[in-house]
Design a protein around this ligand. Structure first.
Ligand SMILES: Cc1ncc(COP(=O)(O)O)c(C=O)c1O
Length: 359
């Protein structure tokens, strides 16, 4: 195993309580297609966690969760506004458009992967209102964003007000929901439906599950067709308990929150260490479990020679006036529930040695 692997939060397997819950759920015969008692228990658990009535639809990938959630909120001729670098528009191979049978995603600019309420309002209000044009029907945000930032509660409320006033549904891509939640220190309800979120992709895979994501539907009007959409898209597992058991282990004794706190703490440690190196500066503040840094090219090359894995990243979401120089690279390093302090320190030691400072 590569100790210096910061490529993503899904390079690690699942955490122990998730595997234990899966093993326990493996025994014996249970009704198929989510008709089992584990799935029924989980639905009640999510309702208690979010302090409301909701519908819970489980899938195995974040793309399926986002695409099916958006397809539910969009007609085939509808528009969904999102950030221009969001996962739904950039990294899902057109799945939301495919499963909605033709809806379009419209990318808005914004620093750090965030869209802002006034920009959403302006974009919607500028749209022609003739039957020849596609109407806006939905807004989608990622919490945390693809640049590792966390929307504050008033920012979420501001977008939801704009959406509600214009009759749009409000979707949140929570692939890193737990990381954002523990950073804000609020409740799941406060970060979602109490701020106007109608439908949420609640991520598990990046934070300790093997492969489990939940579509949580707060708006009753959006509950009607989701199960048919999931089946039709081939995302209904016949052994549904394999998804619900993962979430049982994940949610038990606040394990998911502990995982996210650990991942965020590792990212903070990494960001502090990198920020202290000559020539290194943050691209965006570290607010969840991802560190985005602008490195001197020579340091990047030497870190890679030392065996470090991480990805180069786009500079489109940088703040005005910030730019990546010709001898620099913008990179993303991701920590997870399983990242060890010794790995962070080993990467920093390699970076310090390579940059000429004392290791
Ligand atoms: C913001 C965001 N949304 C959704 C996903 C889920 O994607 P996948 O279909 O790979 O599980 C990811 C994974 O990279 C992500 O970063």
């Amino acid at each position: 195993m590569n100790e210096l692997n910061f490529a993503s939060d899904n390079v690690m397997g699942a955490s122990a309580p998730v595997i234990e819950a899966l093993v326990a759920a493996n025994a014996g015969a249970l009704p198929a297609y989510g008709g089992d008692e584990i799935t029924a228990r989980l639905t009640k658990r999510f309702a208690a966690l979010f302090e409301c009535e909701l519908d819970v639809v489980l899938v195995a990938t974040g793309t399926a969760a986002n695409a099916l959630a958006l397809a539910t909120a969009l007609s085939p001729w509808g528009l969904c506004l999102c950030h221009s670098e969001s996962h739904v528009i950039d990294d899902e191979c057109g799945a939301p458009e495919f499963f909605s049978h033709g809806a379009k995603l419209v990318g808005l600019p914004g620093v750090g992967g965030k869209i802002e309420a006034p920009a959403v309002a302006a974009a919607v209000d500028r749209l022609p209102r003739h039957e020849k044009q596609m109407p806006a029907e939905c807004v989608s945000i990622s919490q945390a964003t693809e640049s590792g930032l966390v929307y504050r509660l008033d920012e979420i409320a501001g977008i939801s007000e704009v959406a509600r006033a214009r009759g749009l549904w409000f979707h949140m891509d929570g692939a890193r929901f737990a990381n954002a939640l523990v950073r804000l220190g609020c409740s799941p309800a406060e970060m979602t439906w109490r701020r106007g979120v109608d439908i949420l992709s609640f991520g598990g895979t990046k934070n300790g599950c093997l492969a489990a994501e939940a579509i949580l539907v707060f708006a009753p009007e959006l509950r009607k067709t989701l199960r048919q959409r999931r089946k039709r898209s081939g995302h209904t597992l016949s052994k549904g308990r394999l998804l619900s058991a993962q979430f049982e282990g994940y949610l038990e004794a606040d394990h998911w929150l502990a995982n996210a706190r650990h991942a965020n703490a590792m990212a903070d440690r990494l960001a502090r260490g990198l920020g202290a190196l000559p020539g290194v500066r943050p691209a965006w503040p570290t607010e969840a479990n991802e560190v985005f840094a602008i490195l001197p090219r020579a340091l990047d090359e030497r870190l890679r020679r030392a065996g470090a894995s991480y990805h180069p990243w786009s500079d489109l979401s940088l703040a005005a006036g910030e730019a990546v120089g010709p001898e620099e690279v913008l990179v993303r390093l991701v920590t997870s529930f399983a990242t060890e302090e010794t790995s962070v320190d080993a990467l920093l030691a390699a970076a310090r040695t390579e940059s000429g400072a004392t290791a």
